[in-house]
Design a protein around this ligand. Structure first.
Ligand code: ADE
Length: 229
């Protein structure tokens, strides 16, 4: 299969580059992908940069140039629920934008861009297969809603405002819904695996810097083992 693995930050990409030899760089427009193989899978490792626009630009330039079968997005996230802690894994089944407030603009729900779906549903046979793998390996994970926006959430106030609109959201990050929006337009399945780096509240910025690399490594190693097998 042809697989894209996209992470927002260099710290989150490090695992892939230290554990695999990617000899070729493929350039699509302004976006570079490291190209190689993990197991029998042809992989394209992308570094998107942070935020929704970078995410959309990055994945679009790949999808217009390559026929990709499956997109993995990995990296870190901030926890929104009290039972979710650092190093925990979230494999979202849907994404919404925490910064899209359009309920007064028409018949829309929180997190929905007008004329877009209420949420980006990630359920697919390929996600089911990955979930089966997690379960078979007894890897603990949370499945549910993740929310995306262009702000790093680092106060209890902003975290609680998000939870008011999305009481069930498991985690917050800055790219997932944008990747999922583009992937859904191209009809390519997307699996997200985020590892928690911080609690999206007052200690978040400090914790993020300390933990981002190691938690992202946890998610990356699971994806690579899955692809090897
Ligand atoms: N990614 C990791 N932690 C985050 C946070 N607190 N807010 C937004 N994105 C994040």
């Amino acid at each position: 299969m042809k697989i894209a693995i996209i992470v927002p930050m260099a710290e989150e990409a490090e695992y892939y580059h230290t554990n695999f030899q990617f000899n070729e760089i493929k350039k699509y427009g302004i976006t570079e992908y490291s190209h190689g193989f993990i197991g029998n899978n042809e992989v394209f490792i992308g570094l998107s940069g942070i935020g929704k626009v970078n995410a959309a630009m990055n994945i679009t330039s790949l999808l217009v140039n390559e026929k990709i079968d499956l997109i993995f997005i990995t990296g870190s996230a901030g926890a929104l629920q009290t039972n979710i802690h650092q190093y925990d894994l979230v494999c979202p089944d849907a994404f919404r934008y925490f910064d899209a407030h359009n309920t007064m603009a028409g018949d829309y729900v929180e997190g929905q861009i007008p004329q877009e779906p209420a949420e980006y549903d990630l359920n697919s046979m390929l996600r089911d297969d990955f979930i089966k793998y997690l379960q078979a390996k007894k890897i603990r994970y949370f499945s549910g809603l993740a929310v995306t926006g262009d702000s790093f959430i680092a106060t209890f106030e902003t975290k609680n405002a998000i939870l008011k609109n999305f009481p069930d959201a498991l985690c917050v990050e800055m790219e997932g819904a944008a990747f999922a929006q583009v992937a859904s337009k191209f009809g390519v399945p997307l699996v997200a695996l985020r590892a928690i780096s911080d609690n999206a509240a007052n200690e978040a910025a400090v914790d993020f810097d300390i933990f981002v690399k190691n938690v992202a490594k946890k998610a990356a190693s699971i994806i690579c083992d899955y692809l090897k097998n």
